[in-house]
Design a binder for this molecule. Structure first.
Ligand SMILES: *[C@@H]1O[C@H](CO)[C@@H](O)[C@H](O)[C@H]1NC(C)=O
Ligand SMILES: *[C@@H]1O[C@H](CO)[C@@H](O)[C@H](O)[C@H]1NC(C)=O
Ligand SMILES: *[C@@H]1O[C@H](CO)[C@@H](O)[C@H](O)[C@H]1NC(C)=O
Ligand SMILES: *[C@@H]1O[C@H](CO)[C@@H](O)[C@H](O)[C@H]1NC(C)=O
Ligand SMILES: *[C@@H]1O[C@H](CO)[C@@H](O)[C@H](O)[C@H]1NC(C)=O
Ligand SMILES: *[C@@H]1O[C@H](CO)[C@@H](O)[C@H](O)[C@H]1NC(C)=O
Length: 271
């Protein structure tokens, strides 16, 4: 009886003590690498130090600026409008409990790491108003809980991945003002059923993006009007050039004729 009581007591103490005291090695790796890949020229990030990365959370309390904790794990990261430079570390994917990532309105460069696919709880991804380049990783479609993808005002290029249409929970999607090209995937442009549709404002400001809800593809070659215009224009130009040439030739030969006549008249004896 005494042994059982002691075992129960031991089990209780172990279980009750664990979640609060054990720092998470994955979160530590995530934060350490992220802080290495970011540059903070204005020294805005408080407590972003190695010692805090070892123990950023205590239950629901966070010791790290921009972080919200849940059960001792990083739950939300929000570092917006802090003049941050540098890039987004692929090791961010080690913050496996991350539910919201908002790094908007900074000066971040480089690609969106495809590794973010391991963030299976991610619901909000806001990387808008940075200088991120490269393609939108199709792997984001593995983050099945994504509600918000806001990537507007960046330098992203390539096509919008078809796979993003698989994200049935997506309620906000904005890729406006990038360098995207190609067709808007039908699954994103014309979502059917109860899925919210995204209007043209989600896609505007990309020079080579086309298809519903934007206008259809601009014809690749020159339009008929342009071809006719160029034809008429060059025709008129060559007409003018040849006309001028004829005029000059006439003038020259006229002068030559006049000269010759003069010479002849000089040779002729006067009567
Ligand atoms: C920084 O850490 C200290 C001690 O851990 C804490 O008291 C303080 O609130 C933290 N600052 C921020 C901005 O989280
Ligand atoms: C961003 O930060 C700057 C100064 O740090 C501030 O003046 C500006 O209002 C902020 N913008 C937003 C949208 O919070
Ligand atoms: C941390 O992230 C990196 C980059 O995505 C990955 O290679 C590594 O396996 C991750 N570590 C763990 C423990 O998940
Ligand atoms: C993303 O962040 C920007 C700037 O911080 C904000 O204006 C915008 O509303 C956010 N996007 C969404 C979908 O919440
Ligand atoms: C998309 O849906 C709209 C409204 O239902 C419809 O008018 C349009 O023809 C559809 N476009 C395509 C490509 O199916
Ligand atoms: C387009 O959708 C956004 C929300 O996603 C909304 O704020 C805006 O009013 C819509 N624009 C039009 C023209 O319907």
């Amino acid at each position: 009886m005494d042994v059982i009581l002691r075992l129960v007591l031991l089990w209780f103490l172990t279980c009750a003590g664990l979640p609060l005291s054990a720092p998470d090695p994955d979160d530590e790796s995530c934060l350490t690498h992220l802080s290495e890949s970011l540059q903070d020229p204005n020294r805005n990030l408080q407590n972003w130090t190695k010692s805090t990365f070892k123990n950023p959370c205590s239950g629901f309390t966070s010791y790290l600026q921009g972080a919200i904790c849940n059960n001792g794990r990083i739950y939300k990261l929000s570092l917006t409008n802090l003049s941050l430079k540098g890039s987004i570390s692929p090791f961010l994917s080690n913050c496996t409990n991350l539910q919201a990532l908002d790094l908007s309105s900074n000066a971040l460069t480089g690609p969106i790491p495809p590794d973010l696919q391991s963030l299976v709880n991610l619901a909000v991804l806001n990387l808008s108003a940075n200088r991120l380049s490269g393609q939108i990783p199709p792997q984001l479609s593995f983050c099945a809980y994504l509600n918000v993808i806001d990537l507007h005002n960046n330098l992203l290029s390539g096509q919008i991945p078809q796979q993003l249409g698989l994200l049935v929970r997506l309620s906000a999607f904005d890729v406006s003002n990038n360098h995207l090209s190609g067709p808007i995937p039908w699954s994103l442009g014309n979502r059917s059923g109860n899925l919210p549709r995204f209007n043209a404002s989600s896609y505007l400001g990309n020079k080579d993006l086309y298809g519903y809800p934007l206008p259809p593809m601009k014809s690749k070659g020159l339009s008929v009007v342009a071809i006719v215009g160029i034809g008429l224009g060059s025709g008129l130009l060559s007409l003018m050039v040849s006309f001028t040439a004829v005029c000059v030739w006439l003038r020259v030969s006229e002068r030559k004729l006049a000269n010759d006549e003069g010479k002849i008249s000089q040779l002729m004896p006067d009567y």
